[in-house]
Design a protein around this ligand. Structure first.
Ligand SMILES: NC(=O)c1ccc[n+]([C@@H]2O[C@H](COP(=O)([O-])OP(=O)(O)OC[C@H]3O[C@@H](n4cnc5c(N)ncnc54)[C@H](OP(=O)(O)O)[C@@H]3O)[C@@H](O)[C@H]2O)c1
Length: 280
């Protein structure tokens, strides 16, 4: 069985990967409490003593808004932390997978594929792209986009955030003229299973099968869970983004390489979320 050492194994995405694939791989998660990736000596010592085939690096400073005021911290974790890990892993001659984001793209072009040129805008996006540049060419980079799942108490993804707000009868104002590509996290896990078993140091996009505006996404959430659609109002991207960290306006991200796992559309993902929530 392949041995996978990882960071971020208790986060939103990583914990589901472990839940779904722990019969296929032997995972060892290096939590921040035992290995802060910004501490180079600790990383060297921890990984020198670890036995693994592939290192799966998910840990990151993930607060997109927070990174605007904490850009130094975002860089320390997402760029320098990645370098600390990557150096220690390559010194051992082991394989490395870096989980990245669609935010490395500027959102000004109609579609982004694996070979599109990154042009990150906000501080979070820039720090994640710095991480990519460190490993690029000799590690696998897997970009994901707006991940969501049925349950995970420590952190709400956008689906559970808007579902919760609608359940609380809160009014929402959603953007109609931008696009995002929501990705069901179970599909990220199963896509990664293939990629870990067929490792190649290239860029892959593991992203949802459809792109949608935030407004339409929220309407679909309301429809699926029988919530009040009249609470959902409309706004434009330019209006909504005032004073906020830049995020890509047109986040249509696709893969030219994923012929190994069918990624669910947002509609299909919501159906599965409903099933999993009802435990059917
Ligand atoms: N969520 C999204 O919308 C999204 C979208 C695209 C890409 N991504 C990428 O997907 C990956 C996983 O994201 P996520 O949303 O699952 O993350 P998350 O739930 O916010 O969890 C972040 C993880 O990073 C760990 N971490 C943070 N700072 C650390 C440090 N200094 N040393 C060691 N570990 C540290 C945390 O460990 P502790 O819990 O132990 O503190 C936690 O497990 C990230 O690389 C992110 O950039 C996420």
């Amino acid at each position: 069985m392949l041995k996978i050492a990882m960071t971020g194994g208790d986060g939103l995405v990583g914990s589901r990967i472990v839940e779904l694939l722990n019969q296929d791989f032997l995972f060892t998660n290096f939590r921040q409490a035992i290995m802060d990736i910004t501490n180079k000596e600790l990383v060297d010592e921890s990984l020198d003593n670890a036995d693994f085939d592939i290192f799966l690096h998910l840990a990151a400073y993930t607060n997109v808004q927070g990174a605007e005021t904490n850009s130094d911290l975002a860089m320390r974790i997402n760029r320098d932390g990645t370098k600390n890990l990557y150096d220690a892993v390559t010194r051992k001659g082991k394989k490395f997978i870096y989980i990245s984001t669609d935010f490395v793209f500027d959102g000004e072009n109609p579609t982004y594929y694996e070979d599109s040129t990154p042009n990150p805008k906000g501080e979070y996006a820039k720090s994640k792209y710095e991480g990519e540049k460190i490993v690029s060419g000799s590690a696998m980079i897997v970009r994901i986009s707006y991940p969501y799942r049925a349950e995970y108490d420590p952190k709400k993804d956008f689906v559970r955030t808007f579902k919760h707000l609608l359940e609380q009868k809160k009014k929402l104002t959603m953007v109609t003229d931008s696009l995002m590509t929501p990705t069901f996290i179970d599909d990220i896990a199963f896509g990664l299973k293939h990629l870990m078993q067929n490792y190649s140091p290239q860029i892959f996009h593991l992203v949802g099968g459809s792109s949608i505006s935030p407004y339409d996404a929220t309407i679909m959430i309301a429809d699926r869970f029988n919530l009040d659609k009249s609470l959902i109002g409309k706004t434009t991207y330019d209006e909504f983004m005032k004073g906020k960290a830049a995020s890509p306006k047109l986040g249509v991200i696709k893969s030219k390489k994923n012929n190994f796992w069918k990624m669910r559309t947002f509609e299909e993902g919501l159906i599965e979320i409903e099933k999993q929530s009802l435990k059917i």
